[in-house]
Design a protein around this ligand. Structure first.
Ligand code: 9MR
Length: 376
């Protein structure tokens, strides 16, 4: 037999064998397509491992961010990253007087509700921000000629209506309220604003009492301010005011350290941070990091340098670490999470890149460093 005829014979035998197999067995069906695993934590499947949210849940810490209503409603990536990485939110603007109260008798809850409803769907707690402040006030309020009694009534009605609305519509969802925001100036004294001028020092206590009276839940009531994490006259002024509230049995549960930092001004040392948090523990109060961001002065190309990004990562982790170490700190929140939406470039010329995801939702070194901190 030649080589050619041998190959031909073998091919014929194998063809017959294969034909025999086919005729004896039913055709094999392709396996059924399986559902792809969920790519996010939109409430439908298991969350991916090692996100900030998963690690924060494991440690039992609220790990949150400020949220803007507009991108939440219009940008799927924004909503997806938010639900994947955080277990807590703070409405960035939607609960302030101006958006919430277009006239004395009218309340518009739609934007704030959309954030709280999102939080409810995704099992996130909410920090209500903020019941009393001097900014973002409607014209009808700032231009009115109010007597002390009238303004107290307006303030108390506001606090009651807002708290009641959320306790009725979204029970248990708002676990903290920033009752009063930024009442103290850099030197340590009271800020001169409409509340202070018309009602006097007492407006702070009035607001806390109104909040306590309005709430039927165990939502915690906070005073919230910036520039108090690193000590100094403002930090002392806040401490003094808060101590006075405690002494007078005003219902206050905690103090929010906003913590808007810049890489060009440095960050408080661990010791100072621990001392500042610790002195509130001695008063029997909680503390929270409520609005952390670390802005960067950008170069001509508009980009942060590697060194700046690593300094930023260091500041983020320093604040998280100190919160994890402090017995009375149960909450860590950033003021936004993507550089695509941040208040910083609007307010600080030439500065930006303050958050832990860049404009394209790519994690920055600060993100990785926070992951490591939560793991360790
Ligand atoms: O991030 C908020 C920005 O979009 C608003 O324009 C600004 C108005 O005053 O308020 C910003 O949020 C502030 C927060 O409510 C209180 N602490 C300081 C925050 C940054 O200014």
């Amino acid at each position: 037999m030649t080589y050619r005829s041998l190959v031909g014979f073998l091919l014929l035998v194998s063809a017959l064998l294969l034909a025999g197999c086919d005729s004896n067995e039913s055709p094999t069906l392709p396996p059924e397509e399986e559902e792809p695993p969920p790519s996010d934590t939109t409430g439908t499947g298991d969350p991916p491992s090692d996100t900030l949210r998963v690690l924060a849940d494991e440690r039992g810490i609220e790990f949150g961010t400020a949220v803007a209503a507009d991108p939440l409603m219009t940008n799927d990536t924004y909503a997806e990253v938010l639900a994947r990485e955080f277990n807590a939110v703070t409405p960035e603007n939607a609960m302030k007087w101006s958006p919430l109260r277009p006239s004395r008798d009218e309340f518009t809850f739609a934007d704030a509700d959309s954030i709280v409803a999102f939080a409810a769907r995704h099992d996130m707690s909410v920090r209500g921000h903020t019941l009393v402040w001097h900014r973002q006030l409607p014209n009808w309020l700032t231009e009115g000629d109010w007597s002390r009694e009238e303004l107290i009534t307006i303030l108390e009605t506001h606090i009651q209506t807002v708290i009641n609305h959320y306790e009725e519509e979204y029970p248990g969802q708002i676990t903290k309220w920033d009752v009063v925001n930024e009442a103290i100036v850099d030197g340590g004294g009271r800020r001169n604003n409409i509340w202070q001028e018309t009602i006097g020092d007492e407006y702070v206590a009035i607001a806390f009492r109104a909040a306590e009276e309005a709430t039927d839940s165990d939502a915690k009531l906070y005073y919230n301010d910036y520039g108090i994490a690193g000590g100094g006259s403002k930090a002392d002024g806040v401490y003094e005011m808060v101590s006075g509230l405690v002494e007078n049995d005003v219902p206050i549960d905690g103090v929010g350290f906003q913590s808007h930092l810049s890489t060009q001004y440095g960050a408080p040392s661990d010791q100072v941070l621990a001392d500042e948090m610790g002195r509130y523990e001695e008063l029997g109060l909680n503390v929270a990091i409520t609005e952390l961001d670390v802005r960067i002065p950008l170069g001509d190309d508009g980009e942060p340098s590697e060194e700046q990004l690593s300094q930023q990562a260091d500041y983020y982790t320093r604040f998280l670490n100190n919160c994890l170490f402090a017995e009375n700190c149960t909450e860590f929140r950033a003021w936004g999470f993507t550089d695509a939406y941040s208040w910083v470039p609007d307010e600080f010329d030439g500065e930006g890149a303050a958050l832990i995801f860049d404009e394209n939702y790519e994690p920055k070194p600060a993100y990785d460093a926070l992951i490591e901190t939560l793991k360790n």
